[in-house]
Design a protein. Sequence first.
Length: 294
Amino acid sequence: MNPFSGVITALATPFVEGEVDLSSFKRLIQFQLENGIDGFVVNGTTAESPTLNIEEAHRLFDVARSEAGDGFPLILGTGFNSTAKTVEATERAKEWGAHAALIVVPYYNKPTQEGLLAHFSKVAESVDIPIMLYNVPGRTVVSMDEQTITALSKVDNIIGIKEATGNVSFGQAIRGAVGAEFTITSGDDPTCIDLCNQGGDGVISVISHIIPKELKEFFVQAKEGTSYVSEKYLTKYQALLDAVYSEPNPTGIKMALYKMGIFDSPEMRLPLLTMSKKATLVLEGEMNNLGLIQ
């Protein structure tokens, strides 16, 4: 099996009074492992990576590796809107023992497609580690187009993409344009099962924090070609997804983990705030309906 396929959880970072809470982090990892998750991303968007310093990211990575074991797929988020900083962070990923680096499209700068090609090519030629592209225009404004992704798929150590546009047709177009060995993972929970059903290799997920076993079952059904599996997934979990994503990620998933007793606190780091009371009540209701809390 492709080590970067399947259901991979983009781990949230628990905080208590401003400090990283490693006890809660360990509980989360064990819950994930017990429920069959295939890999982890550390220091990704859901980890609140812009607010973590290098030492905190390193501690989280070391704990994840220690808890999961050396052979368990660990991907480290290393993307910045500076190519030089991205190279430095990706070099650290290799030094720390990450199996791959997840590199987001540079945000804020608004590079051209030629700039994106040059950025990712520079990182790939500078650091000998498998690289996954991360296309998430909802956060970066700029989106990689099919031609750019296809060109980058030919670079030796660029091995896949986290495709988070939520556009399944775009994901299908990428699948048709790149080689079979190029990994396409969804980065959009509502459409992830549909993309897997249409040729995607997996998902780097947020909702897998709280329904890891269930999401893995839907993924397996999708890859087996089960009819209407995406519709069945959304019929059961659309209201939960809406509640979790009603405020900026990872606000909702951290509150859900707190309500499940996995995190000791739903605390966020500024500029994000802890989930509002109104949104929390809706989230609690949906979790109760699904038996995730009582």
